[in-house]
Design a protein around this ligand. Sequence first.
Ligand SMILES: Nc1ncnc2c1ncn2[C@@H]1O[C@H](COP(=O)(O)OP(=O)(O)OP(=O)(O)O)[C@@H](O)[C@H]1O
Ligand SMILES: [Mg+2]
Length: 343
Amino acid sequence: MSAPLLEVRDLHVDIPLAHGRLHAVRGVSLSVGTGEAVGLVGESGSGKSLTLRALLGLLPRPARIISGTVLIDGEDVTGLPAKRLHRRLTDTMGMIFQDSLTALNPVMRVGDQIAEAPLRKLGKSRSEAKSIAVDLMRQVGIADPERRYRLYPHELSGGMRQRICIAIALSTKPRLILADEPTTALDVTIQAQVLGVLRQLRQNDQVSILLVSHDLAVVSQTCSRLYVMYAGKVVESGALLDLVSAPKHPYTFSLLRSVPDPDQRVARLLTIEGQPPDLSHPIKGCSFAPRCPFVVDLCHQQEPPLVPVGSASGTVARGSACCRVDTAEQWTSMVSEEVVGQP
Ligand SMILES: Nc1ncnc2c1ncn2[C@@H]1O[C@H](COP(=O)(O)OP(=O)(O)OP(=O)(O)O)[C@@H](O)[C@H]1O
Ligand SMILES: [Mg+2]
């Protein structure tokens, strides 16, 4: 079997504080295959953005990588000299951020912003770069790209601006797009269109996608495999269908129950009570235990590692970091019966 396009092993990121440190990413491992769309979901503050930014060397100060290994096509790139590492990462990956208005330069025509990388990084002539930019605008579903090339960001709608950001991310010909909440600022219809553009890129151009969102509905529309993050760790991973039909971690279960399901008469949506733990203090036991509806004494004693668990689909590996994973079917069915089907 060939190595995944991107693999991250045991990534740790922390943020120095006046007294101590915030251990924001606590040993995240993940992989993305060629042409695969993978989702990273979890509540606000779970460490999704820091994980993504760490991958591209774009951590905000004072956050820093403590340890971890990044492999591209199976090659450990972590030890490369800084310049070569940056080159290798940016050649492979492009990033899209949540807020297209601040991501774009307000005083530069949008087309020129897309043409910049072909011009400066790929060494294309001005006219070649422009024609690449126009093609990219067309590829991300912008009609009449020659005219729109000349517009400034404020002259475009939020959805159009986000398409421009996708085109910029594609302009260096990356094999993988890292997208951090790319549709959160958009209304539902435009959100669906932008996610459609990402899906098409994957299907038609084999571009891999690592999509970060706090919204399970968004990743479900786009990704076939998920990593669920909680308090700086991956607590469950596996095929979307496996996770949605039979979650093996109470946090995934709670996330699912807090998403309205149009096909089921969910009478009452569960909200996840309580707050995630303060990661500036050491965690004792499972980090989700204080909020877990299925907690037992054992959960407070040790933090469970992510271990392989059986997959219904059989082909995609799945894992769960729950002390009670063996009895997952019992607890999920118990609560499902309580919640579903009531008037
Ligand atoms: N520049 C920073 N300075 C201090 N703390 C930070 C900084 N950036 C992130 N953090 C903290 O690190 C933790 C993880 O942040 P991160 O932005 O990765 O979360 P997230 O999962 O992306 O959340 P969201 O869904 O809100 O974007 C949070 O507790 C956050 O407050
Ligand atoms: Mg974030």
